[in-house]
Each structure stands twice: as structure tokens, then as C-alpha cells.
Design a binder for this molecule. Structure first.
Ligand SMILES: Cc1cc2nc3c(=O)[nH]c(=O)nc-3n(C[C@H](O)[C@H](O)[C@H](O)COP(=O)(O)OP(=O)(O)OC[C@H]3O[C@@H](n4cnc5c(N)ncnc54)[C@H](O)[C@@H]3O)c2cc1C
Length: 688
């Protein structure tokens, strides 16, 4: 009793720094294989349970990003600076301060300059973002606000004069900034923003105004404490000589200085408030901005898509407000691409922690025999193995997205722009929703220990949760995917072209929409079910059917409800269509990645997880396939049995599969994820 109380006292008196030191001692443990445990084999699996031999090195090599070197530089910097590592317990204000110091550290001390890559080498930029986000997700977002949102808006929406004036200051953090789009009354509906920028021809200035409380800029990252500038999205109002007196040219972006460069005081007419303590990401200082007749030079209009001359005339290469608005938002998809990519990173971390722990943790077992690993329970495999397969699937899909985005930035090819826009909206919403749900599953899969803050699920879940909302709410983004699909569908029947992502619809819409083949609907052999053609056909068939049926429903309801009402009547159907399409794209990329892998052993491992991903998805939607007799009852049963078998096979190589992510130890620093002596490390953390 005595010693226990002593330990508790010791724990409560431990200064934060000592606890961090203890934690950092767990950051680089010797990674060894978990102890071998007896494996429980389900009846269905027992006869075919030969373990796949995985060449871990070849698999890691194939999975490894192109920019490991710059990521290593980030990790080395933080390993050398324990004072810059975020402790488990930290107040909002200290966290914000630390996050700013972390960012200065990366840029000014480690000499890593993310802004230089935003436009010229986005793949490298996303690699940096992933690495700093693994140190602290707040830091990843803070860096994203500075370089991708504030910096990105200046270089992508502005012209040479803006680049010349602001690039260096943004790059070296002298010009810290914000991206002020969202208002209290308008988030997703950006075209409804109310802030105004009225041109004053006498002084050659714009006057920025917040006309009412609903137009206060809200949630603006970097605004509460650190930002000196903001890209403010406002309606451009021009004086006219007609009876109306003014003309609303729609939403445009303006550079507005918000704090004095020397004193850091808010500038006259700019009122700044703090959005306060949040559910997560408390290292980012989100604030609210109100403008009272703030005057800025005409040059501060980011004028790539629309300009105002000295005498107040508006010019643009784009003919309509809608086209200009589309082009403006189109330039901002980089944020979405980054979030989709980062979300897969979070999924890798949480799946790794949960799977390593589940291999190690033993509960119950056959009578008078040792307890078994919890990952030997079929239910546990069911929770985690399809998730591991999905993590691989999303890895390849988002790598593809980043590649396409980089290509788009270089070529500005119109077709590619449309393609990346839809693909980024779809993958961002699909992947972030999946990761958010998986974080809870992983926490639960680790039982009570999953609930200890030191084991990371709490902070990962809280920090990641908002990925579903910012950079475009997921439900709203999926509708953009559905709308794009319908547009392509309509164009197909009018003989138009389809963008790259949807080309499968052009190639095979007719065959997918034909009546299901009653013979193949009965095929149930393993070779057939594991044939990529069967899997991809099944995914695409579902998407094509959903597309055709929703198009018909929309046509019918539009007659009575109008376009808006018909869309709303079919909304759930439309969202299912968008998700189904994204799943088809993900599977196609995954199959391609398996085929492109040159090492036979790594390829076999990838084929295994790819099959599990595909069949698990088909099984989850088996009602749809059964309803239209795409799959006969015997085949449905075979799919289910094979999915369970594949889950079991993946369990057998789960360690190798998570090790291939090659996450540095500080990333999975949860003691329960440490593979050697995990319990000893865990008990040390709490002070024994
Ligand atoms: C931590 C944090 C940081 C942020 N950083 C910034 C920043 O730096 N700069 C910035 O400008 N903004 C920022 N935002 C704002 C963010 O971009 C918005 O919150 C987001 O765009 C969603 O807008 P909203 O909050 O108004 O939600 P709403 O649009 O009001 O959505 C609320 C709900 O309604 C649903 N909904 C809305 N429209 C539809 C529809 N048409 N069909 C079906 N359902 C619908 C949505 O699915 C959602 O569930 C930040 C927000 C947070 C929380």
C-alpha cells in the first residue's frame, strides 16, 4: 500500500518535462518481433492456412514515398529538439505558442522551406506536411494554413506582382497569414459570403466591410494570435453609372493586412477575437475577424481571374461569375489533396498501434492451454483486417491523386483540372470519413488501454475529426462528385468526352448496364472470386446502375419538384453513387499497383490485401448484388467464406504488413504499439 501511494505521489509531482523525458525514452525502443503465440484457426480456415512468406524489405521499398529524405530531415530535427516535442498535457495557449516555435524551428533552424515546393514540387510539399503532422497534427495544419492556404492563395490567385512582393516573407515566416473565407452564417455555401470589398475610384482603394454579424469571418486559422495578413474572400462591389449605383461582381480574394508588422497590434478597423478552446487541433489559433471600413490598395486584389482598372472597369478572361468562381476555387484543391493524403497517414498510425497491440495482447484461450492473442478472434480480425486492407488501398489511391495533382500543376491541362477536382473531392471525403470511424474502432480494439491519452487514439481522433468538415464538408463534396458524374453521363449520351477518372463508364457503360449474366452469377470458385476482372466489374456494375437509376429518378422528380427539390429528394441515392464511384476508382488503382509490383513476394502480399479489400466491400453491399441477381445465393455464401479466410490470411502477415508502412517510432509512440516489452514500457509511463 505504502509503496503504491508513494508511486502515485511521485507521479503527481512529476514535472511535465520529466514525464516528457520518460515518454521520449519510449520513442526509440528496439523493435523486435512480438512473441509467438498459439494461433486459433477457425474451422473454415484450418485446411488452407499456409502462411504467406512476405519479403518485408521489398514491400517497404514499394510502399515508400519518393521523399523519405526530407521526411527524415524533419524527424532528425525533432529528435534533436526534445523541447519542441508536444507533451501529452498542455494548455491551449502553451500549445499555440509551442506550435509556432515548432514551425519556426522547421523553417528557420532545420532550413526546410515548404513554400518553395507548393507550386513547383507538390509531392515534396505533401511529404513535408505528412512528416510534421506526425510530430503534431496541429503543426501540420498550421503549416498548411501558412503555406497552402495563405501562401497558396497569393501565388495561385494572384499575379507576378503579388509573388514578387510576398513570396520571401511568406517563405521565411516574416509574413504569417490566414485564409479568411468562412463566415459565421456561411461555410459550405461560399457563393453566399457577405463581406464586401467596394472600389473607391477617388483613392484607388478597396474598402473591406463586414456588413453584419453573420458576415464576421469565423474559424480563421492563424488569426487569433499569429497572423499578420489575411486573404479575405469578399464580394467585389464596383460603382456604376446606372440607377443601381453599384454592381456585385461576385466573390473575389483580397490581401488584407490585419496586424502591424512591427508592433503586432491589430490594425485600425480590424477587430480580432479568439474562437477559443476546440475539440482538437488546439495548437492552431483559430480566430474571428470583423472589418470596419478597412482600406487596402487596389493592387491587393488577387487578380489572376478578374481585375479592376484605375478607372473602375472590370476585366476577366472568364465570361461569367460562375466560371470565375469555379476557377478561383479550382486553384484551391491542393488543400483537399493534402488532407486526403494526410488522412491515410493517420489511418496508418492508428491501424499500426491497434494491430501491434492486438498481436501482443492475450485474453482467454482453450481450456488448460495458454491464452491466445486477441487478433486470433474472428471478430477482432473482422474489425482490423479489412481496415488494414483499406489502408493499403487508400495509400495507392492518394499517391495517385498527388501525382495527378502535380501533373496538373505543371500542365494546366483542362481535362486534368476537372479530373483532379472531382477526384480530390471524392477521395478527401471518402478517406477522411473512413479514417474518422476507424479511429474509434481502433481505440475499442485496444480495450481500456486504448483510452489512455499516451496511447494516442484520443488526440488522433480529436485532431483528425475536423478533416471531415474543413476544406469542404464531406457531404457537400460528395455531391460535387455525383453532379460531375451526372454531367459526364449526360454528355456520354450526347457523344461528348469523359474525363480520365470516369473513362471506365465510356468504355463499358453498355455492358455494365446489360442484364446480369445468369451463368457467371453462379460462379463461386476461388480463382474467379479473386480475379481482378470479376471484382472490378462488380464495383463498376454497381456504380453504373446507381448512376443510371438516379439519373432517371432526377428526371422524373424535376418535373414536379424543380431541380433543387428533385436533387434533395434523391440526395442519399446521389451520395451512395459518389461513394460507389470512388470505391471503383480506388480498386482500379489498387489492382494496378499490385500488377506493377516487381517483387513476387511483395506482390503476393499486396494481392492478398487487395482481394480482401474488394471482397469485403462486395460482401458489405451484398444486398444490392442479390437484389438484381448479379450474385446468386451460392456465390454470396462463397464470397462471405472467402472474405473470412482472407482476413485470417492477412492476420498471419499483419505484422509484416504494418511494418511495411515504415512509420518511425516517434509516430507510433503509443507504448502499447511498441513491439518489445510493451507492458514494461507502459507501466514506466505511469510511474512504476
Ligand atoms: C478547426 C477549424 C479550422 C478552420 N479553418 C478555417 C480557415 O482557416 N479558413 C476558413 O475560411 N475556414 C476555416 N474553417 C471553416 C470550415 O472550412 C467550415 O467549417 C466548413 O467549410 C463547413 O462549413 P460550416 O461549418 O458552415 O458547415 P455547414 O455548411 O453549415 O454544414 C453543417 C452541416 O450541414 C450539412 N450541409 C450543408 N449544406 C448541405 C447540403 N447542400 N446538402 C446536405 N447537407 C448539407 C453538412 O453536411 C454539415 O453536416 C475551419 C473550421 C474549423 C472547425
Amino acid at each position: 500500500m505504502e509503496s503504491r501511494r508513494g508511486n502515485q505521489m511521485e507521479f503527481s509531482e512529476l514535472p511535465a518535462t520529466r514525464r516528457i523525458q520518460r515518454l521520449s525514452s519510449h520513442i526509440s525502443p528496439a523493435v523486435t518481433a512480438p512473441p509467438q503465440q498459439p494461433m486459433v484457426q477457425t474451422e473454415a480456415c484450418a485446411s488452407r492456412s499456409k502462411k504467406l512468406e512476405v519479403n518485408g524489405e521489398a514491400l517497404s521499398l514499394y510502399m515508400r514515398g519518393k521523399h523519405m529524405d526530407i521526411q527524415e530531415k524533419v524527424y532528425e530535427f525533432f529528435n534533436s529538439r526534445p523541447d519542441l516535442q508536444t507533451p501529452i498535457e498542455i494548455s491551449k495557449d502553451d500549445h499555440r505558442e509551442l506550435c509556432m516555435r515548432q514551425l519556426y524551428g522547421v523553417v528557420r533552424e532545420a532550413g526546410i522551406r515548404p513554400f518553395r515546393y507548393v507550386a513547383d514540387d507538390p509531392e515534396k510539399y505533401f511529404a513535408i506536411m505528412e512528416a510534421v503532422g506526425s510530430v503534431d497534427m496541429s503543426l501540420g495544419i498550421k503549416l498548411g494554413v501558412q503555406y497552402s492556404l495563405w501562401g497558396g492563395s497569393v501565388i495561385n490567385l494572384g499575379t507576378k506582382k503579388h509573388r514578387d512582393k510576398y513570396f520571401d516573407g511568406i517563405d521565411n515566416l516574416d509574413y504569417t497569414g490566414c485564409f479568411a473565407m468562412t463566415e459565421l452564417h456561411h461555410g459550405s455555401n461560399v457563393q453566399g459570403l457577405q463581406t464586401t470589398a467596394t472600389f473607391d475610384p477617388i483613392t484607388d482603394e478597396f474598402i473591406i466591410d463586414t456588413p453584419h454579424d453573420g458576415a464576421i469571418k469565423w474559424w480563421i486559422g492563424n488569426a487569433a494570435v499569429h497572423g499578420k495578413f489575411a486573404t479575405v474572400f469578399a464580394r467585389l462591389i464596383l460603382p456604376t453609372h446606372d440607377s443601381k449605383g453599384v454592381s456585385d461582381m461576385g466573390v473575389h480574394a483580397f490581401i488584407v493586412p490585419i496586424r502591424d508588422l512591427k508592433t503586432h497590434q491589430a490594425l485600425p478597423g480590424v477587430e480580432i477575437q479568439d474562437c477559443g478552446h476546440k475539440v482538437g487541433l488546439n495548437g492552431v489559433d483559430n480566430g474571428a475577424l470583423r472589418f470596419r471600413s478597412v482600406r487596402i490598395p487596389r493592387d491587393n486584389l488577387l487578380n489572376r481571374f478578374g481585375d479592376v482598372s484605375r478607372d473602375g472597369k472590370y476585366t476577366s478572361s472568364l465570361p461569367t461569375i460562375n466560371k470565375r468562381f469555379g476557377a478561383t476555387l479550382g486553384e484551391l484543391v491542393g488543400g483537399r489533396v493534402g488532407l486526403a493524403y494526410a488522412s491515410v497517414g493517420v489511418l496508418k498510425i492508428s491501424a499500426t498501434i491497434a494491430i501491434r497491440y492486438s498481436l501482443l495482447r492475450q485474453q482467454f484461450g482453450p481450456p488448460k492451454q495458454p491464452e491466445v492473442s486477441i487478433l486470433d478472434y474472428q471478430s477482432h480480425q473482422h474489425k482490423l483486417m479489412p481496415m488494414l486492407a483499406s489502408t493499403y488501398a487508400y495509400h495507392f489511391a492518394t499517391v495517385y491523386l498527388v501525382e495527378k495533382y502535380s501533373e496538373m500543376k505543371k500542365t494546366h491541362d483542362e481535362q486534368l483540372v476537372a479530373d483532379v477536382h472531382a477526384l480530390s473531392a471524392g477521395l478527401k471525403s471518402y478517406v477522411t470519413s473512413y479514417t474518422a470511424k476507424s479511429l474509434s474502432v481502433c481505440r475499442e480494439a485496444c480495450g481500456g488501454h486504448g483510452y489512455a491519452a499516451v496511447n494516442r487514439f484520443g488526440s488522433l481522433r480529436n485532431d483528425h475529426d475536423i478533416f471531415q468538415t474543413f476544406e469542404g464538408d464531406n457531404t457537400v463534396l460528395l455531391q460535387q462528385v455525383a453532379a460531375d458524374l451526372l454531367k459526364q453521363y449526360k454528355e456520354k449520351f450526347q457523344g461528348g468526352t469523359l474525363t480520365v477518372t470516369w473513362s471506365y463508364l465510356r468504355e463499358s457503360m453498355n455492358s455494365y448496364l446489360a442484364q446480369p449474366n445468369p451463368v457467371t452469377a453462379r460462379w463461386e470458385g476461388e480463382d474467379h472470386l479473386r480475379d481482378p476482372k470479376f471484382q472490378l466489374d462488380a464495383f463498376r456494375y454497381r456504380t453504373s446502375r446507381l448512376l443510371q437509376s438516379v439519373a432517371m429518378r432526377l428526371k422524373k422528380h424535376t418535373k414536379t419538384l424543380g431541380t433543387f427539390g428533385a436533387w434533395n429528394r434523391c440526395l442519399n441515392h446521389l451520395l451512395t453513387l459518389a461513394e460507389s464511384h470512388i470505391e471503383s476508382v480506388i480498386l482500379a488503382r489498387f489492382i494496378e499497383a499490385v500488377q506493377n509490383c516487381s517483387d513476387a513476394s511483395a506482390r503476393a502480399a499486396l494481392k492478398l490485401v487487395c482481394d480482401l479489400y474488394a471482397l469485403d466491400r462486395i460482401w458489405k453491399d451484398i444486398g444490392t448484388y442479390r437484389n438484381v441477381d448479379y450474385v446468386a445465393p451460392n456465390k454470396a455464401k462463397a464470397i462471405h467464406k472467402l472474405t473470412e479466410y482472407l482476413s485470417f490470411q492477412v492476420r498471419n502477415v499483419a505484422k509484416e504488413l504494418v511494418d511495411a508502412f515504415e512509420l518511425p517510432d516517434h509516430v507510433t509512440r503509443a507504448p502499447i504499439a511498441m513491439q518489445s516489452d510493451a507492458y514494461a514500457q507502459y507501466t514506466q509511463v505511469v510511474g512504476f
